[in-house]
Design a binder for this molecule. Sequence first.
Ligand code: SF4
Ligand code: SF4
Ligand code: SF4
Ligand code: FES
Length: 409
Amino acid sequence: MRISIDGMVVQVPPGTTILRACDLAGHYVPRLCYCPSMPSCSRCAHAVAALTEGSDRCGTSPASESTPAGESTSAGGTDQAASGPRECGLCVVRVGGTAGSAVLACATTVQPGLEVITDDAELRSARLERLAPLLARHPHVCLSCPDREGCARDECRFDVPVEARCCEEFGHCEFGRLVAYLDPEEKVARRAVGAPRASSQEGRIRREPGLCLGCGRCVAVCSSSPDAGDALEMCEEGGWWTAWPRRGSLRASGCSFCGQCVLVCPAGAITAPGPEGREWLERRRKQYPHLAPVLPPQPWLLLDQASLAVVPSEPGVFQLADAEGAVVRIAGCADLRRALAQLHAECRLDAVRAEDAEGAGRPGVSRLWFRFEVAPLYTERETELLALYAQEHGRLPRDNDLGDDLFEE
Ligand code: SF4
Ligand code: SF4
Ligand code: SF4
Ligand code: FES
């Protein structure tokens, strides 16, 4: 089926949600309550919160209708506004052209010829409206602190109380990336918001309920995956929804310690801390690659030693662009940092050779820019991005055309 996304015509499978179609087409749409384990139904989590013992595990029909953005809706016969957390509303997009209506991308199925706009001033402002209440409850000041680089957050030059400082996920959390993407100009006031920071650990899993955003992803995955123990539920207090074990502790609630809740949690509310926790989580990532979050696009970075420091040693896909901004290469690799460091070393060597040949003082080679995304299934993601590029430009990027995949493993 052909639809258009931001003016680009793309082919998508029938029955796909707009959100999935945008992901396939490489047009990022923000999301928070959408759970990657349930790609056809964003609202499972909300309905799950309202399920009674013994009823169907999911209880909602796959999303199939356009849902006016910002309105609470019913699904599977439950009144979610009254009985579960409200959908995040961040995935709002416009359908039917520039004067069309706003719908939730995760809850709306594509129709032939549909025109989707993922970004305009009204959509941005609607998303900020939904972001504001989250920032009003969740610690976030460290995200925009001028001293954030290198700060361990144990001592604070600005005397921000401990309970208002960011958690150990600082620099890695999905919510931080989302905030930076949705509100780069900090239109939503940043304040020292404190949250109760009591935490408890069972096995490798640490819970810090005060950091819960109420997105419901963990409940959705825990109640629907055959490997998980249906151990979590959403509980409301004072209008704020938080994930809790059904019977006090994870063990008592039947947790199988599958780790899927850790993989989908966008904040520091459910984590696996420490080097051993990270190693354990890495194995879980490989076991459940479909739970990898779709993150906001990274900005382009100059390929130099300083920017390599922010690249993780994880599987993923990088894109290289020349000084004119033209993408010259798209490649997947098992270790992003190693692959980019190798490229950086080659560029420096080329520059030295060019200077030797043409005389010092002349720029040897054009400087390269890069951006990357972590993707456990990097071969598939590389193929997707190359197909998109070919669709837009009628050819592959210049260096991919050469067919010398340096990092094939
Ligand atoms: S999850 Fe942690 S690091 Fe991320 S915004 Fe929340 S407190 Fe800050
Ligand atoms: S680790 Fe436990 S709580 Fe988390 S998804 Fe698996 S069964 Fe559920
Ligand atoms: S614990 Fe994490 S995944 Fe679960 S509802 Fe809270 S923020 Fe969402
Ligand atoms: S992702 Fe939350 S409403 Fe669509």
